[in-house]
Design a protein around this ligand. Structure first.
Ligand SMILES: NC(=O)c1ccc[n+]([C@@H]2O[C@H](COP(=O)([O-])OP(=O)(O)OC[C@H]3O[C@@H](n4cnc5c(N)ncnc54)[C@H](OP(=O)(O)O)[C@@H]3O)[C@@H](O)[C@H]2O)c1
Length: 367
């Protein structure tokens, strides 16, 4: 490779990494849109940059190119530009209008409205367009969006605070507090990364959680709270039913309880199966509401159902340093499986904290 080509490849990597870092700044705020970062560079220097900050806001390409004359520049994008009219006009057209010479993108956009059409539009206009630089990293970053687009259901993350021996409660069913406060703060903050958080009726009865987002760093962030209550029988005095504009609530119940809907409450009725409410139907309904990611906060029965049905993508377990024991203590996978079928987390990441640890890993490696 010539020195000039080597320098160009180095610049490409450097600017794409910069675009990925920018894209990440939209974490938690862009869904059901993807996180996207854009960097415009010429002769090894950055001219402008942008990212998609929140759903409904300007696209990364617009933010970077809007006030710029870019003839001869290279645009680095973490995702293919859109080619259709949505909330904003097609970004591919803006790129063409700005006379960008070359576009380097990390990956194609699987949205059926785009899916290669943005790339084709650029090439048809004579722009040199390449795809694939840091593609795996971009895929991991937008794993919620990609799953939502490809499968039609939200990305599902299972969450549990557990003792060292894997118990979510003590033998009396008390979960306050299995994990120390520092771990709990991290676990609450995790909600910010998602569009919705879910709990089963058992948890609402036992813990009376608010399921809101109160940790710093997530100001203005909305979160849909989801409760599964097959019989529509939960007492309305529970704290989760308190109206909160930033944290709307949707309750799922069985078709048999369809007459029990309450005025002013978002209540969705779905079929039931042997385990409770049919989770495929619940996830499909959530996707229809534009929910691209879901954090399942338990309790044990609910997490067990998701695991058994294979309807999950990621697990985040907060381990305390205590051994609690107890045959009757709630645990995340009570029905269990045999070793041959036991899921093994891919891409595991351990973070030691407060005498315990946070384990984060995937059902299959995303990206
Ligand atoms: N350590 C932790 O991280 C943590 C987190 C949460 C909870 N907890 C603890 O876990 C305990 C609650 O767990 P749990 O297992 O008793 O209850 P749960 O999993 O919170 O809720 C289970 C209930 O949800 C409803 N449900 C509807 N559809 C379902 C489906 N497809 N699969 C499973 N459940 C479905 C059913 O009740 P209906 O038929 O009435 O709808 C079911 O009994 C509490 O003691 C709580 O303190 C611990």
């Amino acid at each position: 490779m010539s020195a000039a080509r080597g320098r160009m490849a180095g610049d490409d990597l450097r600017f794409m990494k910069m675009a990925l870092r920018l894209a990440r700044r939209g974490l938690g705020y862009t869904e059901p849109n993807p996180m996207v970062g854009a960097v415009v560079a010429r002769d090894g220097r950055v001219l402008a940059a942008g990212f998609h900050a929140r759903f409904g806001a300007a696209h990364a390409e617009t933010m970077a190119l809007e006030r710029l004359a870019a003839p001869g520049a290279t645009l680095y994008l973490t995702l293919e530009p859109c080619s259709h009219f949505g909330k904003t006009p097609p970004c591919a057209d803006l790129i063409i209008r700005k006379k960008v010479r070359r576009v380097v993108m990390a990956m194609l956009d699987p949205n059926p409205l785009v899916n290669g059409a943005g790339l084709a539009r650029l090439r048809a206009a004579g722009i040199q367009a390449e795809v694939g630089l840091c593609g795996a990293e971009a895929g991991r970053l937008n794993r919620h969006y990609l799953t939502f687009m490809r499968t039609g259901r939200p990305w599902v993350t299972l969450h549990a605070g557990v003792s060292l021996d894997g118990k979510m409660t003590d033998r009396e069913g008390r979960s306050r507090w299995v994990t120390p406060s520092e771990l709990r703060r991290c676990s609450h903050s995790l909600r910010g990364e998602f569009s919705a958080v879910m709990a089963g009726s058992g948890t609402v009865l036992a813990d009376d959680p608010l399921l809101t987002l109160r940790e710093p760093g997530w100001e203005g962030k909305t979160l849909l709270r989801v409760v599964l209550d097959a019989g529509a029988a939960l007492p309305r005095e529970r704290r989760v039913f308190r109206a909160r504009e930033r944290f709307p609530l949707v309750v799922f119940s069985g078709l048999a309880a369809a007459g029990n809907g309450r005025k002013g409450e978002r209540h969705v009725f779905v079929p039931a199966d042997g385990e409770g409410l049919n989770l495929d139907a619940v996830l499909k309904a959530l996707a229809g509401m534009g929910i691209a990611s879901l954090l399942v906060e338990g309790g044990g029965r609910l997490i067990d159902s998701f695991l058994r049905r294979g309807l999950w993508d990621e697990a985040v377990f907060f381990y305390s340093g205590r051994i609690v024991g107890g045959r009757d203590a709630v645990q995340p996978f009570a029905s269990g499986t045999c070793l041959d079928a036991a899921p093994e987390l891919a891409g595991r990441h351990w973070t030691p904290l407060a005498g315990g640890a946070i384990l984060r890993g995937y059902r299959c490696s995303p990206g």
